[in-house]
Design a protein. Structure first.
Length: 350
């Protein structure tokens, strides 16, 4: 999650982009919230195809970009004095992420962001050219490792006979997940702890760390280049970036819509201003709908139905976020984050 600047210093394009990103992340996450990622894709091929092509990975990458932008803006506004405060923010974020991951939902991304964020002060000492070089290197690492792994499998693994069919999830783990959908709170927490271990193993297996860090560094570079602070001034650059159908293309397209004053997309700004609160609310709402202690929809709905639930949640969060921010300066979790970071009283009411 990126840091929240004071209201008078906010950059609307970043608020909107943050809101769009947290909405897109929910659309991707509902397939995990309701256990659909373990159901064969043949049951809802169109929705799964749409999610895989247009959603999967895109909005997490945008959020990673925004995290790097947030760090860059803190440096631009506070200089070297901002670094100790940034580290305090990361420690608080790490604690929030741990509570989220262990007690609410294992798919947490906050812990990963906080841990990798501690590397950003090192990158802050690099030149603009070095930042771009590191971005390319970090984003290329996963592809290089995939190629090496594929080549090794073709040379060695493909000739090894399979002693048993690949059933995907082991039966014992599958049983724990099944209990999550029909058991109580204790079963949900037990399943969640198992899920946390699987989640972090997956982050390693999919080489997520350099991907995320690479987008952090790119975000820092966009601040150095002035693009993040003044997207209207860099319209030509954004137009070029909007052409690829990748996370960067999505981000540039949203920024251009804001520059052009499109009201539909600017409605996401309040959601973005309290993105951390909304992100955590996604988990609370969805696990209540999915797990056995709630409505028990785990494994019982299709991908398209889950996506409709995500759209409904987002549709509610847009006016609720606007209503909250008309009365208060920060989202409730954002206020806690800032209060613990500064260690001093902080007014919540507007």
């Amino acid at each position: 999650m990126t840091s929240a600047a004071p209201t008078t210093e906010r950059i609307q394009a970043l608020d909107v982009l943050r809101g769009v990103a947290v909405a897109g992340i929910l659309v991707a996450n509902v397939l995990v919230f309701f256990g659909i990622f373990m159901i064969p894709e043949s049951r809802d091929p169109v929705a799964r195809f749409v999610e895989r092509v247009f959603v999967d990975g895109k909005f997490y990458s945008i959020f990673s970009l925004l995290f790097g932008i947030g760090f860059g803006l803190q440096l631009a506004r506070g200089g070297e004095a901002a670094v100790p405060r940034f580290k305090r923010r990361l420690r608080v974020l790490l604690a929030i992420g741990a509570i989220h991951a262990l007690l609410i939902w294992a798919g947490d991304i906050l812990m990963l962001y906080a841990l990798l964020g501690f590397m950003m002060p090192w990158f802050a000492r690099k030149s603009n050219r070095d930042l771009l070089r590191w971005t390319v290197i970090l984003l290329a690492v996963p592809t290089a490792l995939y190629v090496i792994a594929l080549a090794a499998w073709m040379l060695v693994g493909s000739g090894v006979p399979q002693t048993q069919p690949n059933t995907g999830v082991p039966a014992g783990i599958l049983s724990i997940f099944e209990t999550m959908g029909r058991g109580g709170v204790k079963d949900a927490i037990k399943g969640n702890l198992v899920f946390v271990a699987i989640r972090w193993a997956d982050l390693v297996a999919t080489v997520r760390f350099p991907k995320v860090l690479g987008m952090f560094v790119l975000g820092l570079w966009t601040v150095r280049a002035g693009i993040a602070q003044s997207p209207a001034t860099h319209r030509a650059t954004l137009v070029r970036w909007s052409l690829p159908m990748l996370a960067l293309g999505y981000a540039a397209s949203v920024a251009l819509l804001v520059v052009h004053g499109r009201r539909l997309v600017t409605a996401f700004a309040p959601v973005g201003r309290m993105a951390l609160t909304n992100y955590l609310m996604h988990s609370i709402i969805c696990v209540t709908l999915s797990y056995g202690f709630g409505l028990g929809l785990w494994w019982r709905i299709s991908a398209s139905t889950a996506m409709l639930i995500a759209v409904a949640i987002i549709a509610l969060q847009i006016p609720l976020s606007a209503w909250w921010l008309s009365r208060y300066r920060f989202g409730p979790v954002e206020w806690i984050w800032r209060r613990l970071t500064y260690g001093a009283p902080l007014a919540l009411r507007a």
